[in-house]
Design a protein around this ligand. Structure first.
Ligand SMILES: Cc1ncc(COP(=O)(O)O)c(C=O)c1O
Length: 339
């Protein structure tokens, strides 16, 4: 309310929804496939399956035996995975995207918040463990060692699901896909990737999961009967988008430039930036309680997100999204520095 009453209007840096256009060649692909009288295939068209598998091998470094499955945006997958796997306990990062918790609640599972250090986790057979790198909201990138330690929990029968939906936006650190670290043993491992941010396709709902063929076949069986199929035009658009990295590199540069411009302005006003080495967000704090920091920005007509939205560990931080146009980011910088 306060931010909206600013004389020049509010600048929304609270939502991680892309604002840069969907590349023309992807829009054309969607149109090309718009004559779609028949039902789409849940497992994905041959074209899409091949595009996802190539992406996994060539860009993510996948080795060994794995299967792939399109999903209707990665949020849908995150929300329903615990239910589909009948997970009794779900381990989630202590500061995390809220849907990991929501999914566990839908499934009636016990939720346990865990820190980064995976040797401290107490997993049991049948548990589902979520890892998110780069993280929303912190922008933290897991090290190879951290990922490997998390993956060791598979040996007791836990499923490790790694959400890499910000994989393409490395900045100070370059994310490494978990797929490249399995040495071909993909048992009890799933990774989810999304085109929402990678290709500015959030409105299309295009994402995929890849990993353990047995787990994927269980998920496929449920998804077929539950009508969870990606629309045919979207399947084609995603296939085309996955074959191009040039547009992704361009977008990654835009986010990095926005981060580079905003960070010094925040520092001048006493905000310390933590992590934020990749992804779409700046995770920062001036030491006050999160709502007081939200109010500081609202006084300047800027909307940001309080850290408590991501768990109790976030109550002294705020999240600033880089999903605003360059001119809006410049305007935000002026407002931050003006007072
Ligand atoms: C960590 C994380 N996972 C998954 C999603 C869902 O993205 P989508 O459903 O657009 O693929 C988001 C969206 O912000 C996210 O931050």
């Amino acid at each position: 309310m306060k931010a909206k009453s600013h004389p020049d209007g509010a600048i929304d840096l609270s939502q991680g929804t892309p604002v840069d256009p969907t590349p023309d060649f992807i829009q054309r692909a969607l149109q090309e496939a718009s004559n779609a009288p028949g039902y789409p295939v849940t497992t994905g068209s041959a074209e899409l399956r091949s595009a996802i598998a190539s992406y996994c091998r060539e860009v993510l470094g996948a080795q060994g035996d794995f299967d792939v499955l399109p999903v209707i945006g990665s949020k849908e997958f995150v929300a329903w995975l615990p239910f589909m796997l009948r997970s009794k306990r779900v381990l989630i990062p202590e500061i995390a995207y809220p849907t990991y918790r929501v999914g566990a609640i839908i499934a009636g599972s016990h939720v346990e918040e865990v820190g980064i250090e995976a040797t401290m986790w107490n997993s049991q057979p049948g548990d589902l463990i979520w890892v998110n790198t780069p993280s929303n909201p912190t922008g933290r990138v897991h090290s190879v060692d951290e990922i490997k330690k998390a993956m060791e929990h598979r040996s007791v029968g836990a499923v490790v699901a790694v959400d890499e939906c910000y994989f393409s936006f490395g900045d100070a650190k370059k994310p490494i896909s978990t797929f490249s670290l399995t040495e071909g043993n993909n048992r009890n491992f799933l990774t989810v990737h999304s085109l929402s941010k990678r290709s500015n396709l959030a409105g299309y709902r295009g994402a995929f999961v890849a990993g353990d063929p047995d787990l994927i076949s269980r998920l496929l069986e449920i998804r077929k009967h539950a009508g969870m199929m990606a629309p045919t035009p979207v399947q084609h658009a995603v296939s085309v988008a996955l074959g191009d990295e040039a547009h992704v590199e361009k977008q990654a540069k835009l986010y990095a430039q926005r981060r580079r411009r905003l960070t010094p302005a925040l520092a001048r006003k006493g905000f310390r930036v933590d992590h934020s080495e990749a992804g779409l967000y700046i995770w920062c704090s001036n030491g006050a309680e999160d709502w007081a920091q939200v109010a500081w920005f609202a006084d300047r007509g800027i909307l940001v997100t309080p850290g408590n939205f991501y768990g109790k560990g976030g109550t002294s931080h705020i999240r600033i999204a880089l999903t605003a146009t360059d001119s809006k980011v410049d305007e935000a910088i002026e407002r931050i520095l003006a007072s």
